[in-house]
Ligand binder design. Sequence first.
Ligand code: OAD
Length: 247
Amino acid sequence: MAFDWIQKEWFSKNSKLVFFTGAGMSAESGIRTFRDNDGYWSQYDPMKLASPAGFENDPKLVLDWYQYRRNEIKKAKPNKGYDAIENIAKLFPQAQVITQNVDGFHKKADFIDVIELHGNIHKTHCNQCRKENLDGCELLHDDKPIFCDCGGLMRPSVVWFGESLRLSVMHQAESISRSADIFFSIGTSSLIYPAAQMPYEAKNNGAKIIEINPQSTPLTSMADASIQGLSGEILFKIYQELHANYN
Ligand code: OAD
């Protein structure tokens, strides 16, 4: 390849590429990450806004915050990193995405298989009986929380701190990671488990790990290539290289 970040011999036309993404993937769309200096958790307490105890204590505070985040996401659009992944997936049809993001941006490319490990902010379910998507997925009605028939409160369908990931989703993500030939870890601090286990599942099963992040993370030292930069810019360059070699 013309650039020396990654080696051409790692790729073949039949390579299975897996893109594992975190909040940094949407940063160039103007959506805040969690742990950067200007990230949400520098300003807000995750236990108040993203935990079962926080929701029990003050449901309106939590729902208002998710409504605010929904509005921010609605104002934004997927950046050129998303376009690059879509274009790379056209060259390598086995490509799959595992994301920790809840913004639904990857799902806009409907031909790519996308696992949303931490759920989707645009969906709702009952906090008590888990029934899904009442009232067109609204979080609030007349600025008030919405109750399910069972008496429980509707909440965003995202995974909170202290909650388990859905087992079927987790198993799917593990199995996709283990099947990867090339595993891209993009825009994630690699701190939150079990999601952060995915690159290790891939590596232990022979995949090459390529990390894209402006900062070092706990994954950096075990990655086969660590590319320091913005995901939109780097993915676009990788696409150009792959297009030149595998079209
Ligand atoms: P974090 O906020 O922890 O990490 C974002 C990462 O993106 C950092 O390592 C940044 O250096 C990097 N980054 C920032 N801008 C970037 C860019 N333009 N291109 C590439 N990388 C960039 O976000 P996550 O790792 O996704 O969970 O966080 C994991 C989970 O913790 C989230 O899903 C969320 C959060 O609390 C829940 O809410 C349950």
